[in-house]
Design a protein around this ligand. Structure first.
Ligand SMILES: *Cc1c(COP(=O)(O)O)cnc(C)c1O
Length: 457
């Protein structure tokens, strides 16, 4: 059989609330044409993010009941520790309440004014946590990764020549290199670059440069399993390797990792910080106790630790990954076939529509991506997020791309939900000249996409 089906059946359901187009037009106007300000219960298909929005399995819910809520040394902690050790090989594991808590601890320890942290592409919270310490976050993704229509199997790869160039430039400024570049980071998959994977070959290349210059390599490993699946599919010689084996190869290359369990942990809350350096661990333990919680629960309840342990197990199952990556690809292929430009090839967790191509009659300063998110909500009750001039254009310079992201929650929507999304987007595309430009009526001083309000022109 060629058909790939959802490798699960549904045991608990949550009804969706249908709304009419008139109701949604009113709700959208009341929300100032910003879908962040629309109530979740007024959304039919919510593709705002894949973070913390996944559906847990029956075994994860069983874990919730089993959770040991002892303050120290809870049984649930050892279940999680053992599972993460088994998957990643890391001995020392710090539990945090989510990915950015791990980032905050890490960069409080190694960041600081004047320092530089290279990455393929920093995720926005990673960048913000680095910059909060006075350090600089630098993106060095390969050229192919910056163009929506350029196809490359591993568009998340780091440009190795640029990395080495940066290191050499910094070495010239005197002192120990590690005092200037505390670590090199690699985000797998590259969320800010369209959910595009990184190859093992590229990770090895980065490791080699790190070894040569004695720099630590850290992973932002939020979607490590999705990345491993892409390696299995696309990297020469990896077809017959198991995903678990590839995952282990990836983590063996790293000195540490920050992970948001809200992605490939398939839980609603949780994070991890992994490290090998004894001195760094000692200082991180101190900070963990200071701001998250005791070493054996971090910022979480015992039941969360159980659900996480089971989620990390399930996310590495190949039938799950095949379904996961195929369902995202299915959405992307159908849109491309209808002539709708997306970031190619489809990423792991989301499809990014090129809104500048979708509505060429709306210039960047009148927010083509926002106009499309408004149409998606008003016409079909679909919530997506604008990643373009609203999110990144606040300083006045428009970003290189006007995108609308359709992020796919894990195990939540069926193929007919996705078919509905496809049909809706194609219908809007056929009447795209009706999409209305927008004007900002209110904006906060920063991060305006969350709360800005608009008016249709
Ligand atoms: C979500 C995410 C983070 C931050 O994790 P939170 O759990 O949202 O704090 C960091 N890096 C990447 C690549 C992410 O996708």
């Amino acid at each position: 059989m060629k058909t790939i089906i959802e490798p699960f059946r549904i045991k608990v359901v949550e009804p969706l609330r249908m709304t009419t187009r008139e109701e949604r037009a009113t709700l959208l106007r009341e929300a100032g044409y910003n879908v962040f300000l629309v109530k979740a219960e007024d959304v039919l298909i919510d593709l705002l993010t894949d973070s913390g929005t996944g559906a847990m399995s029956s075994l994860q819910w069983a874990g919730i009941m089993r959770g040991d809520e002892s303050y120290a040394g809870a049984k649930s902690w050892f279940v999680l520790q053992e599972k993460i050790h088994e998957i990643t090989g890391f001995e020392h594991i710090l539990p945090t309440h989510q990915g950015r808590a791990s980032e905050r601890i890490l960069f409080e320890l190694v960041g600081g004014p004047g320092k530089i942290v290279p990455n393929n592409s920093h995720f926005d919270t990673t960048r913000a946590n680095i910059e909060h310490t006075g350090a600089k976050a630098v993106d060095l993704v390969i050229e192919e990764g910056k163009h929506p229509t350029t196809r490359h199997p591993f568009k998340g790869n780091m440009d190795l020549a640029q990395l080495e160039g940066l290191i050499k430039e910094v070495s010239g400024s005197g002192g120990a290199l590690i005092d200037h570049i505390p670590l090199v980071m690699m985000t797998i998959t590259n969320n800010s670059g369209g959910g595009q994977p990184v190859s093992l070959e590229n990770l090895r290349g980065v490791r080699k440069i790190c070894d040569q210059y004695k720099l630590p390599l850290f992973l932002d490993a939020c979607r490590f399993a999705e990345n491993a699946w892409f390696i299995k599919q696309r990297e020469p010689g990896r077809r017959n390797r198991g995903v678990r084996e590839i995952v282990r190869e990836i983590f063996d290359l790293a000195d540490g990792a920050t992970i948001s369990a809200k992605k490939d942990g398939i839980v609603n809350i949780g994070g991890l910080l992994l490290m090998r350096d004894k001195e760094l661990i000692r200082r991180a333990d101190e900070l963990l106790i200071l701001t998250e919680g005791y070493l054996t629960y971090g910022g979480l309840a015992g039941r969360d630790l159980e659900a996480m342990a089971q989620g990390f197990e399930e996310v590495t199952h190949e039938d799950y990954l095949q379904y996961r990556i195929r369902s995202t690809e299915y959405l992307g292929e159908k849109l491309l076939a209808a002539g709708i430009q997306i970031v190619e090839p489809p990423g792991g967790h989301a499809i990014y529509i090129d809104a500048a191509h979708f509505c060429p009659h709306i210039p960047p300063h009148q927010f083509p991506g926002q106009a499309l998110t408004c149409a998606l909500y008003r016409e079909a009750g679909i919530r997506a997020s604008e990643i373009g001039s609203v999110m990144f254009g606040q300083g006045g310079t428009p970003p290189p791309m006007e995108l609308v992201r359709l992020a796919i929650p894990r195990r939540v929507y069926t193929q007919s939900h996705i078919d509905y999304v496809i049909e809706a987007i194609i219908e809007i595309y056929q009447q795209r000249d009706k999409l209305r430009p927008l004007e900002i009526t209110y904006e906060p001083p920063s991060l305006r996409h969350f709360t800005a309000q608009f008016r249709e022109l």
